[in-house]
Every structure is written in C-alpha cells, then in structure tokens.
Design a protein around this ligand. Structure first.
Ligand SMILES: O=C(O)CCC(=O)C(=O)O
Ligand SMILES: [Fe+2]
Length: 196
C-alpha cells in the first residue's frame, strides 16, 4: 500500500496494539485471580498479532457470510469494530446472538481455544462468525495473543471432577500443526494436538 513506508501509520498501529495488549494481559491476570492460581507465570509471556479485517458487502449471488463460524486458535482475542455490525456469537445452546456495541469505544474480549486447553476445558472458546446484512463494509481490528513457551494446565484446575484433558503443549507448535495434514480440520485440531 505504501512502497516507501508510512512511519506515522506504523507508530499509530504500534501504539494502539500496545494498549490493547495491556487489556489482554489484564484479562489474563483476572482469569488467574478468579481461579486463585498463584503460579501462572508460564502464561504471562505472550506475543500479539494485530489483524486489519474488512468484511465487504457481498456481490449479487454471493453469500453474506463474510467469515464462517469458527473459534480462534488464540489465547485471547480482542475485537474492535466500526459502526457496521455483523459479528455473531454462538451461545452454549446453539443460538446466534449479534454483537451490537453501543459505541465505537467497545472492545470485545473472546476466549480462544488455547485458553480452553489451559483452563482444562472450563472456559469455552467463543464460536463466532461475521454476516454482512447491510450495504456497508465492516471494518474491525483484531488483536490475538499467543503464549510463549509451554502451556500447562494449572494443578488448581485438575481434580476428581475435572480430570486432566490436555497435555502440556506449545502454542506456536499448535499453529504450525494447523498447516499439516493431521491438523487441517480446525474443529478437531486442538484435541488432536494436545488432547488426552
Ligand atoms: O471481523 C471480525 O469482526 C471478526 C474476525 C474474526 O473472527 C477473526 O479474524 O478471527
Ligand atoms: Fe475469529
């Protein structure tokens, strides 16, 4: 887009990402605290990916499903959108609810599948999709966290009622696994990679 670079844009994006990454880390600490986990240091180091997302208005005879139903392979995902709605989230009983933020200052925090694994299946990944129903494009910014190093279910989250469901695994390894023949099915990849 800018063959000669765009220093201002880079700086703004970097500054924005740093702030949203701080929000991610606050949520991570709230999760640790809410489960009373003392030693959560292994999930404290994370890397972040920011994505600029455009869901354009579908052309005639195209489906309005801009993003098919999925859950993210992140630890946490944070979405921030323009005034065009379209994001839908599935509830536990299978219903789709639309995300209609009341202002442009709303950030949506969703659990990714790696948070599900870390929490021994207690935190469900937010299944979502994007459906463009109007005649305006939807723009969103998404910040996705990846944990550095090995992820291990904390012992506080394993007991007789919650037997260990996931073996220790590496988040980046999971992302690579998704590109292999065995990991190609996103619905089963997490279990195939580190499920017990
Ligand atoms: O465009 C959006 O708001 C959602 C995008 C999304 O679900 C994703 O990038 O994983
Ligand atoms: Fe997503």
């Amino acid at each position: 887009m800018w063959p000669a670079g765009n220093e201002n844009f880079c700086q703004s994006v970097h500054c924005y990402s740093k702030l949203v990454a701080e929000l991610d880390r606050i949520v991570m600490r709230m999760v640790l605290e809410s489960y009373g986990i003392e030693n959560g240091s292994h999930i404290e180091s994370a890397s972040f990916l920011i994505r600029f997302l455009k869901s354009r208005v579908p052309k005639m005879n195209e489906t309005n499903m801009a993003f098919p139903s999925h859950s993210d392979k992140s630890f946490i995902s944070i979405l921030h959108q323009n005034q065009v709605n379209g994001l839908e989230i599935q509830t536990k009983d299978g219903k789709w609810i639309s995300h209609e933020p009341p202002s442009l200052q709303v950030f949506l925090v969703m659990a990714g599948e790696v948070l599900t694994a870390w929490s021994n299946g207690r935190i469900h990944p937010a299944r979502h999709r994007v459906v463009v129903r109007g005649n305006e494009a939807r723009y969103a910014l998404g910040l996705f966290s990846t944990i550095n190093g090995m992820i291990k279910v904390p012992e506080e989250l394993v007991d007789d009622h919650h037997p260990l469901q996931f073996k220790p695994f590496d988040h980046t390894g999971l992302l690579h696994f998704l590109g292999t023949a065995e990991g190609r099915n996103p619905e089963t990849a997490l279990k195939a990679y580190c499920g017990l």
